[in-house]
Design a protein around this ligand. Sequence first.
Ligand SMILES: Cc1cc2nc3c(=O)[nH]c(=O)nc-3n(C[C@H](O)[C@H](O)[C@H](O)COP(=O)(O)OP(=O)(O)OC[C@H]3O[C@@H](n4cnc5c(N)ncnc54)[C@H](O)[C@@H]3O)c2cc1C
Ligand code: SF4
Length: 467
Amino acid sequence: MRNKTPQQPAKERVKNFFEVALGFSQEQAEEEARRCLQCKDPVCIKGCPVEVDIPAFIKLIKEGKQKEAQALIKEKNNLPGICGRVCPQEDQCEAVCILNKKKIPVNIGALERYAADYGLVHSQEFIVHSKKLRTTNYELRTTIAVVGSGPAGLTCAADLAKMGYEVTLFESLHLPGGVLMYGIPEFRLPKKIVQNEVDYIKSLGVDIKTDTLIGNTYSLEDLCKEGFKAIFIGTGAGLPQFLGIPGENLGRVYSANEFLTRVNLMKAYKFPDYATPINIGKKIAVIGGGNVAFDCARVALRLGTQAVLVYRRTENEMPARKEEIRNATDEGIPFKVLTQPVRIIDDGKGFVGGLECIAMELGEPDASGRRRPAPLKDSNFVLGVDTVIVAIGQNPNPLLPKVTPHLKTNKDGTIWVDKNFMSSIPGVFAGGDIISGADTVISAMGAGKKAAVAIDRYIKNLVTSFG
Ligand SMILES: Cc1cc2nc3c(=O)[nH]c(=O)nc-3n(C[C@H](O)[C@H](O)[C@H](O)COP(=O)(O)OP(=O)(O)OC[C@H]3O[C@@H](n4cnc5c(N)ncnc54)[C@H](O)[C@@H]3O)c2cc1C
Ligand code: SF4
C-alpha cells in the first residue's frame, strides 16, 4: 500500500494558516522508500522536468541517509522543499512510475519533501557544502544579471553560480521567491521553506537585490553598461486577467494577485500586527477553477468568511490539481459550477452587493479539448455575496518588453526566444512564465536550468572570440 501524506484534520485546519500536509516521519518515509522497485530503466526520471535521479535518492532514504538524499536531489533541483510540496507529481514522475500501472505509484513527492526538510534543522551544514560546490571557471570574473526571483530566476541564478559565475539577481518586491512567496498560501507552502531555499541559493554566492524594478530603476541597457555580460529575464506572468463585466471597479472586487499578495506577502491575516489590512465582507465569490482560484477560496475561508467557487464548466474540467479540489471539498467549500458571472451589482455605496450570473451548459470541445460552455437562455440569477475575487488567469508581465526597444514578443505578450532561450537581443535570455504564459513551478525551473547552460555556452563563445 502507498503511504499517504498525513494531513491536519479539515475541521482544525480551516481555522489556521499552518501547513495542511504534515510530511512523513522517518518510519513512514523508509517504509514508502522500500516500495520503490529500483527499476533498471527508471521511467520516473524521464517524467521529471529537471531529471532528478529519483531511484537513487529513494534508495538513500531507505538506508536512513536523509542528508545524502537531499544533497543528491540538489545536484539537479535547487528547490526540493518547494517542489516536494507544490509540484504536480501525479502528472509527471508519479504518472509514469511503473507502479502506477496498478494506480499505486511511489509517493515520490512526499519522499522528496522528506529529504528536503533535512536542511531545515541542519541548514548550516548545507551552507558549508554549497560553498564547496562553487567553482571558478575563468580568470575573468564574468557577471550575469538575472531579473525576477521566481523559480525560473532562482534556478538559473543558482546553476550559473555553481558554474562559477558572479550572479546578481534583481527582484522588484521586497522579498525574493516570486509566486512562491507572494502567491501560494502559507498552508500549502510555508514561507520559511521558501526562505530556507532562497538562503541556500544565496550561500552559492548569488547576490540578491530586492526592491529593484528592472525597466524602471535600471533598463536592460543600463545593466549591460554596468558590465553584465548576459542577462536572464524571469519576470513571470503576474498581470491579472479580468472578466470585462460591469461592476469590476467596485470596492471589494479583487484580482487573485492582489488578494493573495496582501494575505501572503504583506501578512494581512495577521493585521494589525502587520500594517496591511484586507477589506473583505462575509460572503466571497471566487471566480475560476484553477489552482489560483482554489488558493483564494481556501484563504478566504481561513479569514473567517463563507467562500463559494464559481466556475463556468463542471468539476471534471477544472484545471486545478485533484488534490487541491479534494482538500477544498473536505474543508466544505461549495462549488457553483456551470455558472458564468455577467455583472457585479453595486450595493448603492460603491461596494459589491451581489453577483449576477447566468447558468451554462457544455457544448462541443474547444481548442483546449475541454467542452465549451454556452449560456442557457433566461437563466440569470443573483448570488448574495459582498466580495468578489477574480481568479481566471494571469498574463505575462508587460513592463520590460514595453520599455525595451527590439525585445520581440509573441501575440500573447510572452517574450520570444529561440531554442537556446535567447531573446531577439543577443546576450539577453528569458525563461519561465514570461515565455510560456502561466504554467508550473517545475516547468519554470526547467527553463531556468536550460537557459543557464545556454548562457554558459554563449559566454564561453564570447571568451573564445575576444580572449
Ligand atoms: C496562486 C498561485 C498558485 C500556484 N500554485 C501552483 C502549484 O501548486 N504548483 C505549481 O507547479 N505551480 C503553481 N503555480 C504556478 C507557478 O507558481 C508559476 O508557474 C511559477 O511561479 C512561474 O515562475 P517564474 O519564475 O516564471 O515567475 P514568478 O514566480 O511569477 O516570478 C517572477 C518574479 O519576477 C519579479 N519581477 C517581475 N517583473 C520584474 C522586473 N521588471 N524587475 C524585477 N523583478 C521583476 C516578480 O516580482 C516575481 O517575483 C501557482 C501560481 C499562482 C499565482
Ligand atoms: S518508476 Fe517508480 S518504482 Fe521504478 S524506480 Fe521510479 S519510483 Fe521506483
